[in-house]
Design a binder for this molecule. Structure first.
Ligand SMILES: [Ca+2]
Ligand SMILES: [Ca+2]
Length: 219
């Protein structure tokens, strides 16, 4: 009985380890490293951007997404790898840039997800540093439902991260400037999305059940 107990306990502990271990990345090109550019290309139209960066789409009405490499002198160097992007909320119109990411597996409504990315805003041309909004969508070219908002810092990277419960199933994670804050040039890199691991408490509960079982059998 003892060996069976310890085998069960070990299984429960390894289950807990699996639950709290490294999360599976759902984005295929969240750092923009997979692209066909040879150097910085500013102000790509949505279709130009999509031709340059596989598995990432563009659909904002600003339609001028910047793809920048390590040699670019605006803002901080890419926070991951050699490439970053920048999204622009125009100064005098409500036009914003927007992108969406392909997912390895679709988002499942009701499940909890962790999202994180690095953001910095630059005042070279625009005064503001408006928030960046993240959504879940079934359409690569529409924002879908807002699930997270993060506020960038001036000139240096800050990691913006949060957890959200998916409002519905979704095939794309979407990103845009907050349309309510015009005049913002926000640099972005290092996007990650993963399912929040099942609570380790499940494993702890099963360990507790085994301990109770052991007490009973010991009597
Ligand atoms: Ca990158
Ligand atoms: Ca631009």
């Amino acid at each position: 009985m003892k060996s069976l107990f310890w085998r069960g306990a070990l299984a429960a502990v390894s289950l807990a380890g699996a639950a709290t271990g490294s999360a599976v990345e759902l984005l295929t090109n969240g750092s923009f490293e997979n692209n066909h550019a040879v150097g910085t290309v500013y102000n790509n139209s949505n279709s130009e951007f999509e031709a340059l960066v596989p598995a990432v789409y563009a659909f904002g009405t600003s339609s001028e997404v910047d793809l920048m490499d390590w040699a670019d002198t605006y803002g901080p160097k890419p926070s991951s790898g050699n490439w970053k992007i920048a999204l622009h909320a125009k100064v005098s119109t409500p036009d914003v840039d927007a992108i969406s990411f392909d997912l390895k597996t679709p988002i499942v409504g009701g499940k909890d997800y962790n999202v994180s990315f690095d953001a910095a805003y630059i005042t070279a041309y625009d005064p503001n540093g408006g928030p960046i909004q993240v959504g879940v969508s079934n359409n690569a070219h529409s924002f879908g439902t807002l699930v997270f908002t993060g506020v960038p810092t001036l000139g240096t990277w800050t990691t913006l991260a949060g957890t959200f419960q998916a409002p519905s199933d979704g095939y794309y994670l979407t990103v845009r400037n907050d349309p309510g804050v015009p005049g913002s040039w926000v640099h972005l890199d290092n996007f990650h999305l993963s399912v929040v691991p099942e609570p380790a408490t499940l494993a702890i509960l099963s360990l507790g059940a085994l301990l109770t079982l052991k007490k009973r059998t010991a009597k």
